[in-house]
Design a binder for this molecule. Structure first.
Ligand SMILES: [Zn+2]
Length: 81
């Protein structure tokens, strides 16, 4: 199953930066503002992730994951209709 690369946070002392989310359910890197496309039919789980552009760690918190999954599902439903 393809999924966004997992990433260990550098240390517990690092501020846990939360990512943003687009209306398509894609994630936005809090470090470099890259949009990280969520693969189709992938259910995002709250976790530490790694940005493919700047390779810095960020956190997908449960609330953001919920929002991203909802946006992503409605985008897919719109596409599949
Ligand atoms: Zn980044």
């Amino acid at each position: 199953m393809p999924e966004i690369q997992k990433c260990q946070l550098q240390s517990a002392k690092d501020p846990a930066l939360s990512c943003g989310v687009t209306t398509l359910g894609d994630l936005i890197c809090p470090h470099c503002s890259s949009i990280i496309v969520t693969p189709d039919f992938i259910f995002l789980k709250p976790d530490a992730k790694c940005c493919p552009s700047c390779h810095k760690a960020f956190v997908l918190d449960p609330d953001t994951a919920k929002i991203a999954n909802r946006f992503h599902a409605s985008f897919l439903l719109g596409v599949l209709k």
